[in-house]
Design a binder for this molecule. Structure first.
Ligand SMILES: [Zn+2]
Length: 269
């Protein structure tokens, strides 16, 4: 099987001590699983979990607790697999500062609505362009969307950059690589939502030119899957990095362009 280039599952490590004890089922192996908030969580007795989910005569509260624990594990896994970096893990709609700025409020509301309408977004393959100056909170809102749709819908998502995509494809050229260029493109086309950040930044897609991102965007378009593209470029400059046709694809139907027109808050991304 091909190695995954983007979806990296939560890390696991041996518990200390290595075994835990269930009053009913006895000794079981103890693991710690990486959590999205940076902590580590120990596993519970898997037999208890299985019984709570599957046995007939189980109290409803016990069953519900087991379901919730299972869902929490899935959400944690998908949050980590999304590749949101630790720096942006705290980003939500609620902590995006608008002050009294109407343009910021409009951007926030547009992104919040996108997450709230995610059923329709997926059905229509509705994409979104977040365009504007450096340091205006584009990545903040893009990652807030991703977190919201994972938490609310247990959606699958990848947040990456144009250069990361180029790097992942380049890595497949190595003789030792078990992954092909096609595998990389397949993976990017496999998730419910893809965010491509830093389109147009310096090297960006390097030798590949606009063809690579065009292909990524087109593959998702053909499958009616939504893509969020984040860039400091203007909409007129974007074709240089993704091609004309990919831009048309991203702007089709009810897709939206959100403009981040204000000046930087921090002087960086
Ligand atoms: Zn047990």
């Amino acid at each position: 099987m091909a190695d995954s280039s983007f979806l990296k599952p939560p890390a696991k490590k041996r518990g200390e001590p290595m075994f835990d004890r269930c009053p009913e089922h006895g000794q079981f192996e103890s693991w710690l699983v990486e959590q999205f908030d940076g902590s580590w969580k120990a596993n519970a007795c898997q037999q208890c979990r299985w019984q709570a989910l599957n046995w007939q005569h189980v109290a409803e509260a016990t069953r519900e607790a087991a379901r919730e624990a299972k869902r929490a594990e899935l959400v944690n896994q998908r949050l980590i697999e999304s590749g949101i970096t630790p720096r942006f893990r705290g980003c939500s709609f609620d902590n995006f500062e608008v002050g009294g700025d109407q343009a910021k409020r409009t951007a926030l509301e547009s992104c919040r609505r996108y997450a709230e309408d995610f059923d329709a977004v997926v059905r229509e393959g509705r994409s979104q362009l977040l365009l504007g100056n450096l340091g205006t909170g584009k990545t903040h809102l893009a990652t807030a969307i991703v977190q919201a749709v994972i938490r609310q819908h247990a959606a699958t998502a990848i947040v990456t950059t144009a250069s990361e995509i180029a790097r992942a494809v380049k890595a497949t050229f190595a003789k030792s690589s078990k992954t092909s260029e096609r595998d990389v493109l397949d993976e990017l086309a496999s998730v419910d939502l893809l965010v491509i950040d830093e389109v147009g930044v310096q090297v960006s897609t390097g030798d590949f030119g606009p063809g690579l991102l065009h292909e990524v965007i087109d593959r998702r378009y053909q499958q009616v899957l939504p893509t969020i593209l984040v860039s400091n470029m203007t909409v007129e400059e974007l074709p240089r990095f993704i091609g004309d046709r990919a831009l048309d694809r991203l702007r089709q139907g009810s897709s939206r362009m959100v403009r981040f027109t204000w000046t930087s808050a921090r002087g960086d991304a």
